[in-house]
Write a protein that binds this ligand. Structure first.
Ligand SMILES: [Zn+2]
Length: 176
């Protein structure tokens, strides 16, 4: 295997660390030495141009690894099938209650736990705040900025899951 050189024009070191070409070209890479990958990551505003939905899709497809053709939700993935089913049952059990004055949908334990996962302690917070919080956390945990740590990926999975729980609750509530 030929050894890549660091992408920095003034650097002669080996390029052992990869970085995406650009926010719009995440599937092609350039290579840096340790010093210059750190510099690159510091300057790289990874999710600058993405909205929360695009970030969600990106984590799902590229980081957690439901790669390639799968769209979000179109999971031929057992885990998601199972959890979606469970979640659907929970939601359905709230349907009647939702139609009455009492609307517990935003205050059940799923929702509170999901908020906690995103470090939000105000249960009446807005979806906009939730989305921006989600974006912040993801930025901190992204493997290309935080290093390829298994624990970060695990945390990302949890954060994504939490975000999806919250978002779907808001969407269901809105459509009533
Ligand atoms: Zn270098």
């Amino acid at each position: 295997m030929t050894q890549q050189k660091c992408n920095n024009a003034n650097c002669d070191s080996n390029g052992d660390y990869r970085a995406p070409m650009s926010p719009h070209n995440l599937r092609e890479y350039k290579w840096f030495c340790l010093l210059h990958i750190k510099e690159f990551n510091k300057n790289w505003n990874y999710f600058e141009d993405m909205n929360a939905d695009e970030i969600e899709e990106f984590i799902e497809n590229d980081i957690i690894g439901h790669r390639k053709t799968q769209k979000i939700g179109a999971a031929d993935n057992d885990y998601f099938k199972k959890t979606n089913k469970i979640r659907e049952n929970i939601f359905n059990s709230f349907d009647d209650a939702e139609n009455s004055e009492f609307r517990p949908i935003l205050f059940d334990s799923d929702y509170i736990n999901a908020l906690a996962e995103l470090n939000i302690d105000d249960k009446k917070t807005s979806l906009e705040i939730i989305k921006s919080k989600f974006k912040d956390i993801v930025k901190q945990l992204h493997p290309d900025t935080a290093g390829h740590k298994e624990e970060n990926i695990e945390k990302l999975k949890k954060v994504l899951e939490a975000y999806k729980i919250i978002k779907s609750k808001y969407e269901r509530n809105k459509s009533k």
